[in-house]
Design a protein. Structure first.
Length: 256
């Protein structure tokens, strides 16, 4: 039996029946033997190590049966963007979830953070029914491993303080990034700015920008920073349009 007293006063326990609990409330039942506590975090969470059946470039294993009243998952929705997802069961956890916040009761929460361990990156997602799964991959079929420190789990009574503490503890363990509390914010974050993407997407025009600036100024919130954003740069030539005349040839250079 492994017990850890969380910094916010809730006990995190993985008992002999392989049930992970926070404050006596079950979070994940039927945790497999291949998942074990590798070390206790100084702020009250635990780092969990996953052992896989063989060495490979990608692995997917079941973490157990998830129990919660509500959940918030932050998952990679596209190659570039994260998006939130909400639900009440493991089946609501999307692929490539990189932060999972669980409400167990009005005063009890748990956070699950998938980790990066050397060349491997972990994520979680829902399986059939209430099964929660772990996926780990290197992204290179030549880079293989048979195990990794895959997850950080902690519990607390305040979800905001819990997430902040969890990120800080993981940052201290991995030493690959700094949390917001250790970063110096630039002065520009204290001024209002406007990015044209939300208004025009890829159809940015001078007239539209001037109208937008005028409307914001008239509303009493003139932006101090303007970002002209019409989407990702593309290196693919536009498709030929038979109705469009070819561009006129450039004039010859003037004689010296």
């Amino acid at each position: 039996m492994i017990c850890v007293l969380a910094a916010l006063g809730l006990r995190l326990e993985l008992d002999a029946a392989r049930t992970l609990t926070v404050g006596g409330r079950p979070v994940i039942r039927n945790v497999p033997d291949k998942l074990s506590v590798s070390e206790d975090g100084g702020a009250g969470g635990v780092f969990l190590r996953a052992e896989f059946a063989r060495e490979a470039a990608a692995h997917t294993i079941q973490l157990g049966t998830l129990e919660c009243s509500r959940l918030l998952a932050c998952a990679r929705a596209t190659r570039y963007w994260m998006a939130p997802a909400f639900g009440t069961r493991a089946g609501d956890v999307p692929l490539d979830t990189q932060l999972l916040l669980l409400e167990l009761a009005p005063d009890a929460y748990a956070v699950v953070l998938p980790l990066i361990d050397h060349a491997f990156r972990a994520s979680v997602h829902g399986g059939r029914g209430d099964a929660l799964r772990l996926h780990a991959e290197s992204g290179d079929r030549e880079v293989c491993a048979g195990g990794m420190t895959a997850l950080y789990v902690a519990g607390g009574a305040d979800p905001f303080a819990l997430v902040r503490s969890a990120v800080e503890e993981v940052a201290g363990r991995l030493r690959t990034f700094r949390p917001l509390s250790q970063k110096e914010l630039p002065p520009s974050v204290d001024t209002f700015g406007w990015c044209t993407w939300d208004a025009f997407y890829s159809k940015v025009t001078p007239a539209g920008v001037l109208r937008g600036l005028g409307a914001l100024h008239a509303a009493g919130v003139p932006p101090r920073t303007l970002i002209l954003d019409d989407g990702w740069q593309s290196v693919t030539p536009p498709a030929a349009d038979a109705t469009t005349a070819p561009p006129a040839a450039a004039p010859p250079p003037a004689a010296p």
